[in-house]
Design a protein around this ligand. Structure first.
Ligand SMILES: Cc1ncc(COP(=O)(O)O)c(C=O)c1O
Length: 394
């Protein structure tokens, strides 16, 4: 069997860097040639405890020896425990488990359509999303992703979707009406370049949704699960949603998604309306419980806040020094470095050569997504490699 990166049978829907990773430990990833990289991509905001975190390896090993999967025809204790904990920490009431961010958003959209139909009949089906958003690749999640480059190849999309401008309440006011069943947005837009929502904007949305009996849905797939410095970014911004979605870091690398809803939002979501064969299996939920233990009992959330301040300060120092860096923005350890036109791609490639993995985002943004338990000395070394790369692309 070939292990050739150029000539193989993997469907070519991704543009990949020519790196074959084989192992990892903490903030470090190692390729098949034995080269070590500081991994500040973290599997795109997934590996919150870094690679091969001992606590997660222990949980996976022990749980796999007991029970991996049973379907949702039966109960398992890890699922009940994780749902109870997510409800408690999110301030919402009910949790539906799936396997990915896309599915968690798809669930949220179905909750919204179900709610709308019950509260206002077939016409109450309109959903407002934001330009520059990203919510996933299924036809539903794609339809509320406000970026033409993703939508165009797959039109026609699901109907009754309206695009507002992020951080522009007037644009939402112009669209919302009695037939709106939901407004969906990321509290920090991730894929389009790490843009946090303004508190006033979210407060305004909360009021509008209440006024028009529409559900406020926060997609916390990227910005949630501790990356913002609180478990959910909306807790930093002080506005409660009716529905919140999460995935990525929830399993620390093991696939799991969750949709959390208030009793009011999920009132009409009844047996038969939704399901997911793998969703909430005991192995995935055991991972989720371990991640929450590490966050709250082993200081990971505190570390996010400490390391965030440190990394922002250092990156702002580089911004003062290099004209190529236009802005540093974000929240917690979800940080976007806005580069000058044409600099993002060469910088990321150069950083790989210098042993640092960074992810791109829209509009010339370079994303820093270190593991949430990253240490100051790893940040220092990453920034040395980053600055070297910056100098080499000038
Ligand atoms: C905000 C947001 N929502 C949804 C998704 C889709 O998640 P997944 O790739 O797990 O389906 C992503 C993925 O990057 C995301 O960043």
């Amino acid at each position: 069997m070939s292990k050739d990166t150029k000539n193989n049978h993997v469907m070519p829907v991704y543009s990949r860097y020519d790196v074959v990773l084989e192992s990892g430990h903490g903030s470090w990833a190692v390729d098949v040639k034995g080269r070590e990289y500081i991994d500040f991509v973290s599997g795109i905001a997934v590996n919150c405890l870094g690679h091969s975190a001992p606590a997660l390896v222990k949980t996976i090993t022990e749980q796999a020896q007991k029970l991996i999967h049973v379907s949702n025809l039966y109960w398992t204790e890890p699922q009940i425990e994780l749902a109870d904990r997510l409800a408690e920490y999110s301030g919402l009431d009910q949790v539906f488990f799936s396997n990915s961010g896309t599915e968690s958003n798809e669930t949220a959209l179905k909750i919204a359509r179900r709610y709308g139909k019950a509260r206002g009949g077939d016409e109450k089906c309109q959903i407002i999303c934001m330009k520059e958003s990203f919510h996933g690749r299924s036809m539903g999640a794609l339809s509320v992703t406000g970026q033409e480059k993703y939508r165009a190849p797959f039109r026609p999309l699901i109907g009754e979707i309206y695009d507002a401008e992020f951080n522009n309440l007037e644009s939402v006011k112009a669209l919302i009406n009695k037939n709106t069943c939901a407004v969906i947005l990321e509290p920090v837009q991730g894929e389009s370049g790490i843009v946090p929502a303004e508190k006033d904007f979210l407060e305004g949305l909360r009021k509008l949704c209440d006024e028009f009996d529409a559900l406020l849905i926060f997609d916390e797939v990227q910005c949630g699960m501790g990356r913002s410095g609180k478990l959910f970014a909306y807790q930093q911004l002080g506005v409660m949603p009716d529905v919140a979605t999460t995935a990525k870091a929830l399993g620390g690398g093991f696939p799991i998604g969750a949709t959390m809803a208030s009793d009011k939002a999920a009132e009409f979501f009844v047996p038969g309306d939704h399901g997911c064969t793998f969703g909430g299996n005991p192995l995935a939920c055991a991972c989720g419980n371990t991640i929450l233990d590490e966050y709250f009992n082993n200081g990971v959330l505190d570390n996010v806040n400490e390391m965030s301040a440190y990394l922002f300060e250092k990156l702002n120092g580089l911004k003062d020094k290099y004209d190529e860096i236009l802005e540093i923005r974000g929240m917690g350890l979800l940080i976007g470095v806005q580069m000058a036109e044409g600099k993002k791609a060469p910088l990321i490639s150069k950083a790989i050569e210098n042993g640092l993995l960074l992810a791109g985002a829209g509009h010339e943004t370079v994303r820093f997504l270190p593991p949430l338990n990253v240490t100051a000395d790893v940040i220092d070394e990453a920034l040395n490699r980053f600055e070297k790369s910056l100098n080499e692309i000038r």
